[in-house]
Design a protein around this ligand. Structure first.
Ligand SMILES: *Cc1c(COP(=O)(O)O)cnc(C)c1O
Length: 421
């Protein structure tokens, strides 16, 4: 049996209807922006393998550092013990986060980083004897697939089977200059009961790369601060350079109480989640009363290999050369936007940093199940480009090491496919 057949016999893939799924492609190796399948065909990974790969696949520097660590200390219980990679990573990360972020809590992925932040916010109120149980989130939000993360995500086909089991959340529209006043009025009415506001800053990724303005979000954050509503900024997608700056936080004038990271945290090489928080949040758990402890942890909390991958990736990220690469992608994308703007089948072009998205005019409703997405996905794969449209919404989220010529090649394929469409 070949790899595809063996896979089919035993594996259940994410977000995949296994009955109707097309052949799943076995990848045998990756290098830079390329993935190579078992037939020797190569694909440009234009979505950074679900938005995680920052510096390209199988990066030799990250590989070397992780390999060294693997021979030194691969794992140790993080309750009662610590290690250099976790200490160094927390130090380095806090150095580049908003100034009020003072403590780092480790977990395994984006969803768990969100779960931890939610538990911090809710238990913060509990420990302080406040009766605050409501949570505020944005319509169409996506914060992950575990139950807490699903609860604070927009209700959709993804959450439908579990709808009865999800806790209640108050959903508000993403901020716009026009709706800010009414949002504030609405929040003010219930602010005494709200434990926290969780949001994806600047870009609601999984919802279809919906974007809002930094000024509008800052204004909403300022209001939440005045109303004593804790803020959880989910930078799982936007963190580590995606928005053109190190974090979405660097576009905002207000600082959140907690922040969530994953995806690009390790450069996309190892699973890891981080929830950072302010001193005030941390202090609310300090007590002689054992009941005020944050009772949360995972077997692999602060795994030394993942910490080392993150340290190596952040070193690469902070290089001047990487900053220039990111700027180059931003410029190239905005030039290509102008070309897309001329195309009769394209609308709603939007860009934040290295993320470019647009919609295809299809006659069907804009939705995740829009058939066009699947057709486009296959057509681009045929052309050796991995793009994964969200229904009729197409987007590019390339690894930062991509060259101008490689971007031009992707743009060329996009225009060709749109023309033929
Ligand atoms: C992907 C994502 C998550 C979930 O991360 P996982 O590692 O897939 O669990 C959470 N929040 C945002 C904004 C994301 O894009």
């Amino acid at each position: 049996m070949n790899l595809s057949e063996r896979d089919k016999a035993v594996n259940w893939h994410p977000y995949t209807q296994m009955k109707t799924a097309d052949d799943i492609i076995p990848i045998v190796r990756g290098k830079g922006i390329y993935l190579f399948d078992d037939q020797g065909k190569q694909y440009i990974d234009a979505v950074s393998s679900w938005w995680v790969t920052l510096h390209g696949h199988a990066h030799p520097y990250i590989a070397e550092r992780v390999s060294e660590q693997l021979h030194t200390l691969e794992q140790v219980i993080f309750a009662g013990f610590t290690h250099e990679p976790a200490i160094q990573l927390s130090e380095n990360l806090l150095n580049i986060l908003p100034e009020n972020q003072k403590k780092v809590f480790y977990s395994d992925n984006g969803s768990t980083a969100v779960e931890v932040a939610l538990k911090m916010a809710i238990q913060y109120a509990y420990n302080e004897n406040h009766k605050k149980t409501k949570i505020l989130a944005l319509k169409n939000a996506y914060h992950g697939d575990t139950f807490g993360a699903m609860s604070v995500s927009g209700r959709s086909v993804w959450t439908q089977p579990f709808s009865e089991m999800l806790f209640e959340v108050v959903f508000i529209d993403a901020p716009t200059t026009e709706n800010l006043d009414s949002l504030k009025k609405f929040i003010k009415n219930i602010s005494g009961e709200i434990a926290c506001f969780i949001y994806e800053p600047l870009i609601q990724g999984a919802a279809g790369m919906l974007m809002h303005k930094a000024e509008d979000l800052s204004e909403l954050m300022k209001f939440c601060r005045e109303q004593k509503i804790l803020m959880i900024q989910d930078e799982v997608f936007t963190g580590f350079g995606r928005t053109g700056k190190l974090f979405a936080a660097n576009h905002l004038s207000e600082q959140p109480d907690m922040m969530c990271f994953s995806k690009g945290l390790t450069g996309g090489t190892m699973p890891m989640g981080i929830t950072s928080c302010s001193q005030e949040i941390f202090n609310a758990f300090l007590s002689d009363d054992q009941y005020k402890t944050l009772f949360h942890g995972h077997s692999f909390t602060a795994n030394p290999l993942a910490c080392t991958a993150a340290l190596a990736s952040m070193e690469l990220l902070l290089k001047e050369e990487t900053r220039q690469h990111i700027e180059h992608i931003v410029t190239k994308h905005s030039e290509f936007s102008e070309i897309l703007r001329q195309h009769p089948k394209v609308e709603n072009i939007r860009q934040t940093g290295t993320i470019l998205a647009w919609e295809i005019i299809s006659g069907q409703q804009t939705s995740y199940f829009n058939d066009i997405g699947k057709l486009l996905y296959k057509e681009f794969l045929k052309r050796g480009v991995l793009l994964r449209p969200l229904g009729n919404i197409m987007y590019l989220v390339p690894p930062y090491c991509i060259t101008g010529d490689e971007l031009d090649l992707i743009y060329h394929h996009i225009i060709k496919v749109l023309d033929d469409f």
